[in-house]
Design a protein around this ligand. Structure first.
Ligand SMILES: NC(=O)C1=CN([C@@H]2O[C@H](COP(=O)(O)OP(=O)(O)OC[C@H]3O[C@@H](n4cnc5c(N)ncnc54)[C@H](OP(=O)(O)O)[C@@H]3O)[C@@H](O)[C@H]2O)[C@@H](O)CC1
Ligand SMILES: [K+]
Length: 497
């Protein structure tokens, strides 16, 4: 599992560690790790052309010390200082002593085999300054290695105010920063490398699952398992207007590890025709048999209100999506107040705006909460992408539910303040009905016994992998293709041990 910490947490841990170590130790550890990654990327250090962009803080210091190490191994190193009078004195002296030289020639950026971006790190305030902005726009030939954070990316939120330097690799020190894991920041960071500098920060602000975590989380049937012990997931989805949503949610649920899928709703006939293994009832959740988790809302249209009310009245986990979310936004958080079992909400950006409006916060559009029932669009984007982390946290806390906020980086937040970011997303998943597959899948994992954070983040992870698998070779995918590729995604995560 990858752990990310906020700037505040890093600063606190850094202060604690620095108090125990001789001055400059951490920077030397950072520079050594940074230089080692650069050497690996260059292949042959001797004779290579390296350019350092050094700002006025310790981020520039790291870059200058690392560049000095490369110069010591025969690289031709030049440095552009963005604030010459404030450049890190020790780093600069080390670089000079190793044969590095200063330049103000911008074409060095274009010619370099490797550029070290040490303009600004976790001390950044606001967007990149004008003297740094030109590097974000310049042509380049070589590899760009960001020191700790790509300059211009907000380390805590991933926000980019204006422009940022796009890196091929980001070498971060001590811990990952949340902004490297969340778009748009994640798309500027390239591959992530962590250098251990001995930092021991507390509980992470953000975590990211990796294949072995998934392999450990996913349910495995035991010798004693029967379909009921493996969990039954109830799917209340689809309507006369949107029968397809029922099929897609069921398709996802069938590949989520539950022992059986029980469908309730008006599309029962279509569902059983397409997926004969499904148990179907033409009613609503109250009249259906026992389930271990409910999925409510995809394509439910006018039926959403009743299905939601009945599912929430039970004491099993409930995942609310699509029209169920619109209804929940109308009711507000009090609708969940009496629940003892977990609730998972899976909004896209537009639905998140409605849920926020349901708090009485308003979404700035003047649209009253609860409008747009039956809307099957991608959600419009009334919430700025950069505010996603904060939005997910806020909704989770206010609704007392685990919130999976869909987007180019899907973010999952719990009411207790845990946040996971999904690393497997792909833009191919921006296809109609793909969210319905995700909710069926996540509901199935809930029914199989995973907790809400694990179920939601494992579902997002598998869904992303399945999307990539279905789009392999650059082919467009349909939501059913994604569902069909889910078994391959399970095998992929299980094959890595
Ligand atoms: N934490 C750790 O454990 C370790 C941390 N280490 C390293 O230290 C780094 C943090 O160093 P830091 O605190 O000196 O801040 P840093 O990011 O260099 O920037 C501050 C300077 O930049 C400027 N500036 C501000 N905003 C700007 C903007 N938007 N655009 C352009 N410039 C801007 C601002 O200038 P001023 O306002 O003073 O003119 C200020 O002086 C960290 O990322 C890591 O690399 C490692 O050495 C080892 C252990
Ligand atoms: K940087």
């Amino acid at each position: 599992m990858r752990h990310a910490h906020t700037v505040g947490q890093v600063r606190a841990a850094e202060a604690e560690l620095m108090a125990r170590l001789p001055g400059g130790t951490l920077m030397q550890r950072a520079a050594a790790g940074l230089a080692a990654t650069c050497a690996r990327l260059l292949g042959r250090v001797y004779g290579s052309r390296v350019l350092v962009l050094a700002g006025s803080g310790d981020n520039g210091g790291d870059a200058l010390y690392a560049a000095a190490r490369l110069a010591g191994r025969g690289a031709a190193v030049s440095a552009i200082l963005l604030a010459p009078e404030k450049a890190h004195a020790g780093g600069l002296a080390a670089l000079r002593a190793a044969g590095g030289r200063l330049t103000s020639d911008l074409s060095a950026f274009e010619r370099a085999d490797l550029v070290l971006d040490g303009i600004v790190g976790i001390g950044a305030r606001g967007g990149l300054r004008p003297e740094a902005q030109r590097f974000a726009r310049a042509e380049r030939r070589g590899v760009v290695v960001a020191v700790d954070v790509p300059s211009g990316v907000d380390p805590d939120s991933g926000e980019v105010a204006g422009v940022a330097l796009r890196a091929d690799v980001t070498v971060c020190f001590g811990t990952y920063k949340p902004g490297l894991l969340i778009d748009p920041g994640a798309s500027y960071a390239g591959a992530l490398q962590l250098v251990d500098i001995g930092l021991e920060p507390p509980r992470p602000a953000v975590t990211v699952l990796q294949h072995p975590d998934l392999a450990a989380l996913l349910p495995v049937p035991s010798a004693e398992s029967d379909k009921y012990r493996r969990g039954v997931v109830g799917v209340a989805a689809g309507s006369a207007r949107y029968p397809g949503a029922a099929l897609l949610a069921v398709a996802g649920a069938l590949r989520g590890g539950a022992g059986a899928v029980r469908y309730v709703g008006t599309a029962a006939e279509e569902v059983v025709r397409r997926f004969p293994e499904t148990l179907v009832t033409e009613g609503s959740p109250a009249g259906a048999g026992r389930v271990q988790a409910w999925v409510v809302g995809p394509g439910s249209g006018d039926g959403a209100a009743r299905a939601l009310q009945e599912a929430l009245a039970g004491q099993v986990p409930v995942l609310v999506d699509a029209d169920g979310l619109t209804e929940l936004a109308r009711l507000g958080p009090t609708a969940l107040a009496g629940r003892t079992a977990p609730t998972v909400l899976t909004p896209h950006t537009g639905e998140a705006a409605r849920l926020l409006a349901g708090l009485g916060a308003g979404d700035g559009t003047g649209e009253p909460a609860g409008t747009g029932a039956g809307q099957r669009d991608g959600g419009g984007s009334r919430e700025p992408a950069e505010a996603r982390l904060a939005t997910a946290r806020r909704l989770a806390e206010a609704y007392g539910a685990t919130v999976l906020l869909k987007g180019s980086t899907t973010v999952i937040a719990t009411p207790g303040g845990d946040v996971r970011v999904n690393p497997t997303g792909t833009s191919w998943l921006a296809t109609a009905g793909s969210g319905d597959v995700l909710s069926g899948l996540a509901g199935s994992l809930l029914a199989a016994g995973l907790g809400p954070l694990d179920a939601a983040s494992a579902a997002a992870y598998l869904h992303g992998l399945a999307g990539r698998e279905a789009a392999r070779g650059g082919a467009p995918v349909t939501a059913l293709d994604v569902a069909a590729a889910l078994p391959a995604a399970w095998r992929t995560v299980r094959s890595v041990h």
